[in-house]
Design a protein around this ligand. Structure first.
Ligand SMILES: [Zn+2]
Length: 280
């Protein structure tokens, strides 16, 4: 399968051919997506529901961000985390392990869809929207935004995870997590929900637009910037965040969300690539 993917920071596109994806020989088109999948796959059987879910997600995110993605999202529904990892290996020229989901600019989502893993929902599409604004220096910030729109992780709200980590002593300081060295040193099961809860805290304090324009797109180091915005020290901000998590709603919303359908979509966060495509 041939793809036109972002090859540099300026938006130049490069055509690449991924043989791994040749099995995706069926497609289904909607207003904002082209879904590709294999014949007789679980994705083919359930494509109407998948499409409806992702159109709902797209509408929500377009409203939240206040803009549309110019071209349709190519949603590539692969059979397994291994096949998804193979596609990324072929794309990067570097061996990659199994993974449930990742995306490549400007409009490609690689998502596993099988009986066990249904990588749908907000996370990867949020990356496609947010990276049209900028590529933040801190992965804590970019994953935090994607996890914020997910709302929860494995059925539990992000803030509830933080409260659990505080109670069992496994909480990791958000001040430290702002550094990629620390963020990558801990498992995503810890770092992702903490990042999402922290983004939720900032959005509650500032509003989504101010968060995007004053925090997400800022070049300043995260906590230096936040100390200036809140006019207080970073430790005080972290204490406020902990209090926010302790008092936040501790159960997932009853409305059907991506997570309520047990989408196990935690993307790979330590990709090393020989080629410089915009993978995130
Ligand atoms: Zn992500």
């Amino acid at each position: 399968m041939k793809l036109l993917i972002a090859a540099d920071e300026c938006g130049a596109l490069e055509e690449v051919e991924l043989k791994t994806l040749n099995s995706l020989n069926r497609s289904f088109e909607t207003e904002h997506h082209v879904f590709r999948f294999s014949a007789n796959s679980p994705a083919e059987k359930e494509i109407a529901g998948i499409a409806a879910e992702q159109e709902r997600v797209y509408s929500h995110l377009a409203g939240l961000f206040g803009f549309a993605i110019p071209s349709k999202i190519e949603y590539l529904l692969t059979a397994s985390p291994e096949e998804n990892g193979d596609a990324l290996s072929e794309l990067t020229g570097t061996a990659q392990g199994p993974m449930n989901g990742f995306c490549v600019g400007p409009n490609y989502v690689f998502a596993v869809y099988n009986r066990e893993v249904k990588c749908l929902g907000h996370h990867e599409v949020t990356h496609l929207f947010s990276y049209r604004l900028c590529m933040p220096k801190s992965r804590f910030l970019s994953e935090g935004l994607a996890m914020y729109t997910d709302g929860s992780f494995w059925g539990k709200p992000n803030a509830a995870w933080v409260r659990e980590f505080l109670e069992n002593g496994s909480y990791i300081s958000v001040i430290k997590l702002a550094s990629d060295d620390v963020f990558f040193a801990f498992p995503s099961e810890k770092t992702y929900p903490i990042s999402g809860a922290f983004t939720g805290f900032l959005v509650e304090k500032l509003g989504f637009d101010a968060f995007l324009h004053s925090v997400y797109t800022s070049d300043a180091p995260l906590f230096e910037n936040l100390s200036r915005i809140f006019n207080c020290g970073e430790e005080e901000i972290e204490e406020q965040f902990k209090d926010h998590c302790k008092s936040a709603k501790q159960t997932a919303a009853a409305a059907p969300s991506s997570d309520a359908r047990q989408f196990l979509c935690a993307d790979e966060f330590s990709v090393t690539a020989e080629k410089s495509f915009r993978i995130f």
